[in-house]
Design a protein around this ligand. Structure first.
Ligand SMILES: [Zn+2]
Length: 573
């Protein structure tokens, strides 16, 4: 199968290509130097933008939490139906779409890889089943390990090496990709109806602080040489005044960073960038956070942009979801599985005229515009927490157009408008910067060597948008931009055309990326890391309702499996 994309206007930031007219050659699912034009299928991409397929570093699309959200929200589905076609399956969902619909809608926007950021280990099987059900896009999922008893104990006892061995086992057992930390210590405290107050508050019964958890897992991440950094949802998320906690969280791993390599990813930073000490005087802390990020090289972030719409919030941060339930009075699910972690789900409507919601909307954009280097901040809504991922094209238009921002600003709460930093910011993203925050930067942060770029050897995951940058001024024609990014002219996945003119024309199964530590030679959960396994087995007899042997997910259980192999020089006893 060969494909030639001719004369496209290419934006490929990882290879420094900024709007050059060039051809892209595809053979057997990869980008190649040259192909025989006579035997190739040809796409005429002249006057169109060509970018690598979109990569989403943080989107809740699969697993028990998402599925509970689906069950909780029939009203979310009833007006948003995806009819069956001869190619696609039917589905539903505005903010918590069904699995098939999720895959189709990402592909229509030109996205080809998504990361599900919050997986309780005991629900890994379910998560992988749903990921396998999500067509077209490639996937990765991050196990929640920040409140994991083993981790807390190893770190409390300063057993970093053992902790690393354990995390390695967990990563392979759950077929995970990165270490997710949510409100470190807070989820364990939530088991007792409590929360931790800040980075230096003791976690009940464990005599360890959130700071020690973040630092410990950052060291573990380094020992294991994982491709992505620790992926952190900060303490005090959603609380006024939390921007200080966020800066302290970034600061606390400063000394662990190697040269200019990132050591921490702060996810959906908007929710962690509030100044003030009450909901009445909550203000933007974006300037302070941006100032810190601009001066340091060890941090990456994603936006967690708020959209004025009805959505469904869901996070492993159980205590925060309880607060949100109290604030909103909406229905609420508190979900927990054998105290491995916690979670909560609350429907939520962000209103333009609400002071807090409008302030949050402004904060997300302020962060993206005030952080100078687009390689450090990525476009997300923390789907569906800030809004559904289908709103990404709207965010693109806000980033590219001061007028688009001004138009929304005019319609928001007056006090929020008066305090918004947006009118003082002239910056408008270029296409190159958009390509960075929607694919290249995310692929780089995830350490995905063959994603997010169009160099020779890369996966042939490509998006073509019907925009001619020579004719269209995004600052003025922001509506055209929004439309074009909503419906890709073409999406190419693994070298095959899956979307044409915004419609699915072919479906295929996306791959699941997971970390494999080959030297552990894990078979059915046993390992040459005998200490770690002995410890696990002992605990399984005491605490879990499943057998140890059923906990470990064999590779054969994963859809198209793509292990990322890492050498690990320990556990040779
Ligand atoms: Zn999230």
């Amino acid at each position: 199968m060969t494909l030639l994309i001719k004369n496209g206007i290419v934006y490929d930031p990882l290879n420094g290509v900024d709007g050059e007219v060039m051809d892209i050659c595809v053979e057997n699912g990869r980008i190649v130097e040259k192909i025989d034009e006579h035997n190739a299928q040809i796409i005429d991409a002249s006057k169109m933008i060509v970018m690598p397929g979109g990569v989403d570093i943080h989107t809740h699309v699969a697993g028990a939490e998402v599925n509970s959200g689906r069950l909780l929200r029939p009203e979310d589905h009833v007006h948003d139906v995806e009819p069956k076609t001869s190619i696609t399956r039917s589905g539903v969902g505005h903010s918590v779409p069904s699995t098939f619909t999720t895959g189709y809608r990402y592909a229509r926007m030109g996205y080809t890889m998504i990361c599900n950021p919050s997986m309780p280990p005991l629900e890994a099987r379910h998560t992988h089943e749903e990921l396998e059900d999500t067509p077209i896009v490639d996937k990765a999922t991050f196990p929640l390990l920040g409140d994991w008893w083993f981790v807390l104990e190893y770190l409390r006892d300063s057993l970093i090496k053992e902790c690393a061995e354990h995390v390695a086992w967990m990563m392979v057992a759950t077929k995970g990709y990165a270490i997710k930390i949510v409100n470190p210590g807070g989820l364990e405290a939530w088991g007792f109806g409590r929360n931790v107050r800040d980075l230096d508050d003791l976690v009940p019964n464990f005599n360890i602080t959130p700071r020690e958890i973040v630092r410990g897992l950052c060291m573990v991440n380094k020992i294991l040489n994982l491709p992505h950094t620790i992926h952190v949802h900060t303490n005090r998320l959603g609380q006024p005044g939390n921007y200080i906690t966020t800066i302290k969280t970034m600061e606390c791993v400063e000394d662990l960073a190697e040269s200019s390599k990132p050591a921490i990813h702060i996810t959906h930073c908007q929710f962690s960038a509030f100044k003030g000490d009450s909901w009445q005087n909550v203000r933007s802390g974006a300037e302070e956070i941006a100032k810190y990020v601009n001066r340091h090289t060890h941090v990456t972030l994603d936006m967690g942009q708020v959209i004025f719409t009805d959505t469904t919030t869901m996070t492993a941060d159980g205590p925060w979801q309880y607060t949100l339930y109290e604030l909103s009075g909406n229905k609420w699910v508190n979900h927990d599985v054998e105290v491995e972690t916690s979670s909560g789900i609350v429907p939520f409507r962000y209103r333009r005229k609400n002071y807090v919601h409008a302030t949050m909307w402004s904060i997300g954009l302020e962060l993206a515009l005030l952080i100078e280097d687009p390689w450090k901040i990525y476009l997300t809504t923390d789907h569906p927490n800030g809004g559904p991922f289908t709103s990404y094209p709207r965010i693109v238009s806000w980033l590219m157009s001061g007028r688009a921002r001004a138009r929304t600003l005019k319609r928001i709460n007056e006090k929020a408008r008066a305090r918004s930093l947006l009118p003082s910011i002239d910056r408008e993203y270029t296409f190159y910067e958009i390509a960075t925050v929607t694919r290249a930067g995310q692929a780089k942060a995830l350490g995905l060597k063959n994603k997010g770029h169009l160099g020779v050897g890369a996966d042939a995951d490509i998006a073509i948008y019907n925009i001619n940058p020579k004719e269209i001024d995004p600052s003025k024609d922001y509506k055209t931009i929004r439309k074009a990014f909503s419906r890709a002219a073409y999406t190419i996945k693994d070298g095959e055309i899956v979307v044409k003119n915004g419609e699915i024309v072919k479906t295929l199964s996306g791959k699941t990326y997971w970390i494999n530590f080959e030297s552990l030679s894990l078979e059915r959960g046993s390992s040459n890391c005998s200490r770690v396994v002995a410890d696990l087995k002992r605990r399984f007899r005491e605490y879990w309702t499943v057998e140890f042997e059923n906990y470990f997910i064999p590779e054969s259980y994963i859809g198209p499996s793509t292990p990322v192999s890492i050498k690990m020089g320990m556990c040779k006893e």
